[in-house]
Design a protein around this ligand. Structure first.
Ligand code: ATP
Ligand code: MG
Length: 379
């Protein structure tokens, strides 16, 4: 672990504090698939100026520090929040609904690091197919901050983005400092290297951003998309996110399906978003009724389905379809999931454009709660 203190430039006492507070966690599995990384750790909490999810590695080419992706604040009202927070021009980008990955090159290969700062075998396998090393050859100090999306996602499966895992770059940053490229430089770079960007929907003046975001949100909602991230074109002010009603409701539907595993705060915050949006969008009586229906249905329907599942099969479980191209990666991914402390079961791989595997996560707390209620227990 000593190289971590060296890489972060910590004093001896700071290094000791880091060890004592046990906020370092091993971030890579030793295996030839990850042969450019000799050892790596993730920061599980913020430390000094380093974000949680910061990844520190000893690689074949020396020490590497990869900063954690910063949190993005959420607006519940577009007006006056955007006008107050931003000045000058802002870019409205589509907020893609998947999981956050930082794509990097160490040694000769591409690596995918998750939000929490772990090298993910599943994502790395897909990233090596999609990204080539030209960008990193020319820009060894940069990382690609991407959303990993698709139905075959082990973390956020969403069929709207297609079946297989795909990556949308939303930021290009200096890995060591987290300094982002401006929107213009990012777009030029993406063009030059053929990188797929999270769509830049509009560039508008901050004064009018609230109207523009409302327009885009209505359109995105109809397409089942998640929302918008508003960014200062020079990336000098922190971005702000805002989501569609359809996405808020999809979250609710998921949370209520597994209502005993999910924090009540997760649910309440999404309901509160709907109230603010309804008022700000000036829902007429029909729009309001639709919103009520959507909200109510997302809550009730999924719970009713869960109760039926427990009645019929004795439990509720989340089931995901995954695809591997190499069975070693499947084994590595099982180990990765185990280390993350996730209880999951895997089906036998079936050969089909690689190997298809089903991952099932039993939701024990919700299953037990429902079973007990069905047997005559009290809430
Ligand atoms: P937070 O980022 O505030 O910790 P979170 O982890 O719950 O929140 P989200 O609510 O999904 O995440 O919002 C932030 C995330 O949105 C980013 O971390 C990133 O993965 C994702 N994202 C998708 N599209 C974009 C985009 N165009 N710009 C920035 N982030 C985006
Ligand atoms: Mg997200």
């Amino acid at each position: 672990m000593k190289f971590v203190a060296e890489a972060l430039g910590l004093s001896e006492s700071a290094a000791r504090k880091l060890e004592e507070r046990s906020i370092l966690r091993k971030a890579v599995i030793n295996h030839p698939f990850f042969q450019d990384i000799i050892n790596a750790y993730a920061l599980e909490k913020k430390f000094g100026g380093y974000e949680d999810g910061t990844f520190v590695a000893k690689t074949v080419n020396g020490l590497e520090v990869v900063r954690g992706y910063p949190k993005i604040r959420r607006a519940l009202t577009l007006y006056p929040t955007l006008k107050k927070h931003f000045s000058g021009e802002v870019a409205l980008e589509e907020k893609m609904n998947g999981y956050n990955v930082r794509i990097l090159q160490f040694g000769r290969r591409i690596y995918a690091v998750t939000r929490r700062g772990f090298v993910c075998p599943y994502t790395t396998e897909k990233a090596r197919i999609i990204f080539d090393t030209d960008f990193f050859r020319d820009n060894p100090e940069l990382m690609l901050c991407c959303e990993g999306v698709g139905e075959e996602s082990p973390f956020v499966p969403k069929p709207v983005y297609g079946k297989k895992i795909d990556f949308y770059v939303f930021d290009i940053r200096e890995k060591r400092t987290n300094k982002p490229l401006s929107i213009e430089d990012k777009s030029k770079t993406a063009e030059e290297y053929g990188l797929k960007l999270a769509p830049v929907l509009q560039i508008v003046d901050a004064e009018h951003a609230h109207e523009a975001v409302a327009d885009e949100i209505k359109k995105l909602g109809k397409k089942g998309r998640e929302g918008v991230v508003v960014k200062d074109v020079n990336m000098k002010q922190p971005p702000v996110k805002y989501t569609t009603s359809q996405s808020n409701c999809a979250d609710l539907s998921y949370a209520f399906r597994y209502f005993n595993e999910y924090a009540k705060d997760f649910m309440i915050s999404r309901i509160v978003r709907e109230a603010f949006q309804s008022l700000e969008f000036g829902d007429d009586s029909e729009a309001f009724k639709n919103r009520c229906l959507r909200l109510g249905e997302s809550i009730l329907r999924s719970m009713v389905e869960s109760i039926e599942d427990v009645k019929r099969r004795g439990r509720v479980a989340e089931k995901m379809r995954l695809r591997f191209y190499n069975l070693d990666v499947f084994e590595l991914f099982r180990e990765h999931i185990r280390r993350m402390g996730v209880d999951a079961r895997f089906s036998e791989p079936v050969e089909e454009d690689g190997y298809v595997v089903f991952m099932e996560r039993p939701m024990m707390s919700t299953s037990d709660k429902i079973a007990s209620l069905l047997k005559g227990g009290f809430w």
